[in-house]
Unconditional design. Structure first.
Length: 113
């Protein structure tokens, strides 16, 4: 019951839900999420720590950066992911965040070329 309670507590915050929405589409570092969500890096880091401690998110170091992604091995993530994807489609804030993600991806692609 503790794992289930922790899972739903992690989902009970709008900022963490917005972060999960982004991470469902792409691994991101703290600085990228902070820019997309228009939040401070310390606040994003605290929310990521909460998600990581609940087992929903994993981090992997790449040089000086830590990229975060959904823990696809988490059974509850596997089960609720389709629901979350559908729910986020109906949320204006979620769609705006995804627009920011696409815009940032396009800008990075242009910088590489």
């Amino acid at each position: 019951m503790t794992q289930l309670s922790s899972f739903f507590k992690a989902l009970a915050d709008p900022t963490r839900l917005r972060m999960l929405n982004l991470l469902m589409h792409s691994p991101l570092c703290v600085c990228e999420m902070a820019g997309m969500l228009k939040l401070t890096q310390p606040l994003v880091s605290r929310h990521l720590a909460y998600l990581r401690n609940s087992g929903l998110v994993e981090g992997s170091r790449q040089g000086l950066r830590i990229n975060y992604e959904l823990n696809e091995q988490h059974l509850l993530i596997q089960q609720i992911r389709p629901f979350l994807a559908e729910a986020f489609r109906g949320e204006a804030a979620g769609q705006m965040d995804l627009d920011n993600l696409r815009r940032d991806a396009a800008l990075q692609k242009d910088e590489i070329q």
